[in-house]
Write a protein that binds this ligand. Structure first.
Ligand code: MTE
Ligand code: MO
Length: 515
């Protein structure tokens, strides 16, 4: 291959950089990318960093005998060696790729992309869900691409003056990248440290709470989602990228606005009161028909109405503007917080102090309202006010002001695409109409008559209820549709509407095969 090198209009003729120097640039860029992705993982307190996930995949893919032999060789050093080895391999690959940048400029970027893909696949295989881990991969990838350009710029671009000038520029930029990456990594570690501290104080808490007994016959045991949603499986929705980390001793709630006297409550004050316990099903307005942004838990806390009574609410108020530690807001109808329902400042979920992701140390839970107008996590401020005078995070973005939960039902079994044996089959799922109650659930098979399903036991109207219909089905393709009727007499409409602005409507249906 022959190439003609054209002299640029500006600048001085320069010696092209050696592949070795370019490889050094690659190693520095590679190391900063790894450091920044690690810092992101720490700051977001992820379970694994991208490099850790890749190392875990390597470990799992190592044949057992070989792994044993290696562990026999290196003993307890296996983990640091595995991580260190992964980093070294990464740096070697990136260094080598960078050494090509002058001759084939696309090589490093393509290698970065491929490695980013490997990292993404690794983090997804470790723990599905959540944008944190993919984000950490993306941060690393961007750092690679940007810092390699930054570092090799002076070496490749003649406008940086003489060889000596270019070398000086290069070294200055190496210093810049190294110091920058170190600073961000330190910051990430620091942010992660706050999280570790809060996890520790949470673990040491001993609250006077119970886990609650699941009522008799609540679980119909045919593969429907468990009536009690375990904390680890409970859906999570929040706008904060990293959950706020608040130590209980630092938490304070301020109640003010249209009240006789401002009230401030601390954590000890709250958990020292008599706690109310309630099963409440929480759901998200963004839940599509058939979706899984809904869960049921046993909550322990203090009724909001008790604290509002202490403050003395003005007769002109109709709304409480709630604010969380991370600045998220929601406006809640006052009457839902003052009537006799179990609207709680919750401190525990299924007998455990609230998980950090679910609002530790204190959140609000209100039966009958979607989360976006009521269920403030990390709550720190309640302002008694009027709807006419305020807006909140989601209502400013076009979502409905009041947010009462819409009556819904969902099919859990059979699962999508499942094939069943001919004969008696179980059709089942859940239905909810919090604070109204489910009166009946009906099922339609293959366009036939609506058949009433059996309902599971529930303590009151604030939770979802399981439903079950056993029916005989022949071989072939089938379709099942479900609809619920609540205790106000309303039957779910078949009209399908979007989740915006105030919750989806429509019937859930499922196609499946028998035989
Ligand atoms: N601080 C804060 N609280 C919040 C939110 C939020 O974004 N930030 N989202 C709300 C929404 S939209 C829902 S559906 C519920 C979800 O609660 P969960 O994550 O415990 O399931 O929290 C609510 N509380
Ligand atoms: Mo939500």
């Amino acid at each position: 291959m022959t190439t003609t090198v054209e002299q640029p209009d500006v600048g001085v003729a320069r010696t092209p950089p050696s592949r070795g120097v370019l490889a050094v640039a690659g190693v520095v860029a590679g190391a900063s990318g790894i450091a920044l992705s690690q810092a992101t993982a720490w700051a977001l307190r992820l379970d694994t960093s991208p490099v850790g996930a890749v190392a875990a995949v390597v470990r799992d893919a190592t044949p057992g005998r070989l792994a044993e032999a290696l562990i026999g060789l290196v003993g307890t050093l296996d983990k640091p060696l595995l991580l260190g080895g992964t980093v070294l391999v990464l740096l070697a690959v990136i260094g080598y790729a960078a050494s090509w940048v002058r001759r084939v400029p696309l090589v490093p970027d393509l290698v970065f992309l491929a490695l980013g893909g490997v990292g993404l696949a690794a983090v997804m295989s470790q723990r599905p869900g959540g944008v944190g881990a993919p984000l950490a991969v993306l941060v690393g990838l961007m750092t690679w691409v940007v810092s390699l350009r930054l570092l090799t710029g002076p070496l490749l671009d003649d406008r940086h003056g003489t060889d000596a000038d270019a070398r000086r520029q290069f070294l200055r930029r190496v210093g810049l990248v190294v110091v920058g990456a170190a600073a961000v990594t330190a910051a990430g570690r620091f942010a992660g440290g706050a999280r570790r501290q809060v996890e520790q104080s949470r673990r040491l808490l001993r609250l006077p709470v119970r886990a609650g007994d699941v009522p008799q016959a609540a679980d119909l045991k045919v593969g429907i989602s468990p009536w009690r949603t375990p904390n680890a499986d409970f859906y999570q929705i929040h706008t904060a990228l990293a959950s706020p980390t608040i130590r209980p001793e630092d938490w304070e709630l301020r109640i003010h606005g249209l009240v006789d006297r401002e009230v401030r409550v601390g954590y000890q004050d709250l958990v020292g009161r008599e706690l109310t316990e309630a099963w409440v099903t929480l759901c998200c307005v963004s839940n599509e028909v058939g979706g899984d942004l809904v869960g049921n838990a046993f909550w322990s806390g203090v009724p909001v109405r008790e604290l509002l009574a202490r403050a003395g609410v003005d007769a002109s108020a109709d709304c409480v503007l709630q604010t969380s530690d991370d600045g998220w807001t929601c406006s809640t109808p006052l009457e839902a917080l003052t009537d006799d329902r179990d609207a709680l400042l919750a401190v525990a979920m299924n007998g455990q102090p609230l998980p950090v992701e679910h609002g530790f140390p204190v959140r609000v839970v209100v039966p009958g309202l979607y989360g976006y107008v009521s269920a403030t996590k990390w709550v720190v401020d309640l302002e008694v006010t009027r709807f006419a005078d305020v807006t909140a995070f989601w209502t400013e973005r076009g979502w409905g002001e009041r947010g009462p939960v819409k009556t819904q039902s969902r099919i859990d079994v059979p699962r999508d695409g499942e094939s069943l044996a001919a004969g008696r089959v179980a059709l089942g799922g859940v239905a909810w109409a919090q604070h109204t109650g489910i009166a009946k659930v009906e099922v339609q098979v293959d366009g036939g008559a609506w058949q009433e399903a059996e309902l599971g036991g529930v303590p009151d109207d604030d939770t979802w209820v399981q439903w079950l219909l056993r029916t005989d089905l022949d071989e072939g393709d089938h379709e099942v549709v479900v609809r619920a009727t609540d205790k106000s007499g309303y039957t779910q409409t078949p009209v399908e509407t979007d989740v915006v602005p105030d919750g989806a409507t429509g019937w859930d249906s499922r196609r499946f095969r028998v035989g």
